[in-house]
Design a protein around this ligand. Structure first.
Ligand code: BG6
Length: 480
């Protein structure tokens, strides 16, 4: 028998992502036959009440895919055991329930403040066996020190190989596809460097606000909530060297090298290379929406809801190539994309024509699309003015290429499956998380030292004016 134990099973992430993902894995027959799923939280709850909660969450998310027979199969795996991180003795029941398990995966879908108490209680109660694994959600800490403290404490119970740090961006199909695009084609790799690439842009823009998460979000802000993890992971996949293989350590070794090559941003560079913003009232998705400081539960706050940064990867491949990173809430649209801007042709024979440099755009959200902009001749009989040229795109829409793919998978489906199958490739290793914090801490400390508070931007816009200046200073502009 194997078990997946979900702590925080009555919470938001479980309802929105984890339980629906388990349903879809059941739907596709991908869950191990002997797997049971134990929900846990500090609330007293019957098995039936937990099943009812799961049913509601799954039916709401699965919509047309909801099939009563599949649900019954999943329901047969579900049970509930109360465990309160504040009362380690309460873990005894869980330890008893797991007594005969061959393998247990503990998924901590809880506040990060509970990671250590839960891991310690699992160790002390005997619920954690030498074969057990633990899955923890980002953010792992709030800075390098707190991240190390969490890693040390969890590491005292679970060895590093059995700690799975989730960054759900690594479970996204389009993010996985970056590896295929770079390393399953010969076309790009010879050009993938400072000789041919002028700069790189990574944008993860959300149109939503903080959505009732003010108390969490205000403690972290955009740089810790999004840049330290999702955005830097995207940067790593774009910038890393080809790994020796797809085994967990080969890929992660390459990512760590990128993180360690990030040039620290300090002193006067902070003003030039970083921008913080906080949204005010505005219009998003056609509706008037409140500003950050008017959100439910808000108090006065200097937390940023938008960040733009110019990162530099100081190594042979990328020396001198700016990586512009940008993420924010309440932006003009939900759009995540990576833009690889190639250099201008060295010399143009097309006098009087503007040649736009080639651009590879990898769109991750909302639609998955890869497009390559190329200069083309406009069909016509030339007159004295010579050939007319214009940029056109080669487009690859993954939705169109796979029209029979029934639905877009939730990133957590893949990650849950990988954790159950004991494959850590898509999870963040300790040194990776810590290298990312080292760089982020430099920026955050610099903001504090220089009293750099966030500039206001209107909800529904592309962020404060400084974000445009950041790229324009180098003669570049954002592609939205
Ligand atoms: C989470 C952040 O990790 O990612 C949220 O905590 C953010 O603030 C979310 O909204 C974005 O994820 P996605 O998959 O919707 O791009």
């Amino acid at each position: 028998m194997r078990s997946l134990v979900i702590f925080g099973a009555t919470g938001d992430l479980a309802a929105r992502m984890l339980l629906p993902s388990l349903y879809f894995l059941e739907y596709d027959g991908l869950l191990p036959a002997d797997l049971r799923v134990i929900g846990s939280s500090r609330a007293e709850m019957s098995h039936a009440a937990f099943a009812e909660l799961a049913h509601r969450a799954i039916a709401g998310r699965a919509e047309a895919y909801f099939d009563a027979r599949i649900w019954e199969r999943l329901q047969a795996r579900l049970s509930y055991v109360m465990a309160d991180a504040g009362d380690p003795a309460s873990f005894a029941a869980l330890a008893t329930a797991l007594r005969n398990d061959e393998e247990t995966v503990f998924y901590l879908s809880t506040s990060p403040t509970l990671f250590v108490p839960i891991a310690e209680a699992l160790g002390a109660s005997g619920a954690a066996a030498p074969t057990s694994r633990i899955v923890i959600e980002k953010p792992i800490g709030r800075d390098l020190r707190s991240c190390q403290a969490i890693n040390d404490a969890i590491g005292a119970v679970f060895s590093e190989r059995r700690i799975f740090r989730i960054d759900h961006y690594l479970g996204k199909e389009a993010v996985q596809n970056l590896l295929a695009l770079r390393f399953a084609n010969t076309l790009f790799e010879p050009l993938w460097n400072k000789v041919s690439i002028d700069h790189v842009q990574i944008t993860v823009a959300e149109s939503v606000g903080v959505e009732g998460r003010f108390s969490y979000y205000d403690h972290y802000g955009a740089i810790r909530d999004m840049v330290q993890n999702h955005v830097l992971q995207l940067l790593c996949l774009v910038a890393m060297e080809p790994p020796a293989s797809l085994d967990p350590d080969s890929v992660r070794n390459e990512k760590v090298k990128v993180l360690r090559s990030l040039r620290p941003i300090a002193g006067r560079e902070l003003e030039k290379r970083t921008v913080r913003g906080q949204y005010g009232r505005g219009v998003a998705d056609g509706h008037t929406v409140p500003g950050y400081l008017d959100e439910v539960g808000a108090g006065p706050s200097q937390t940023e809801t938008f960040v733009a940064l110019q990162a530099n990867v100081d190594n042979w491949r990328w020396a001198g190539v700016p990586f512009y990173l940008r993420t924010g809430k309440r932006m003009a649209e939900r759009a995540s994309q990576i833009v690889i801007q190639f250099r201008d042709v060295p010399y143009s024979i097309f006098q009087g024509q503007d040649l736009l440099a080639n651009r590879l755009t990898i769109r991750l959200q909302p639609e998955e699309q890869i497009s390559l902009s190329l200069m083309n001749k406009t069909p016509s009989l030339e007159q004295a003015g010579g050939m007319q040229l214009m940029p056109l795109s080669l487009n690859l829409s993954l939705e169109q290429a796979f029209p029979t793919q029934p639905r877009r998978r939730i990133a957590y489906e893949r990650l849950l499956l990988e954790a159950l199958n004991n494959n850590p490739t898509l999870f963040v290793r300790r040194d990776e998380a810590e290298a990312a914090w080292t760089w982020i801490d430099g920026v955050v400390d610099g903001w504090a030292q220089h009293a750099m508070s966030p500039s206001a931007y209107a909800a529904g816009s592309w962020g404060p004016a400084g974000a445009f200046a950041l790229t324009e200073r180098n003669g570049h502009s954002w592609y939205s």
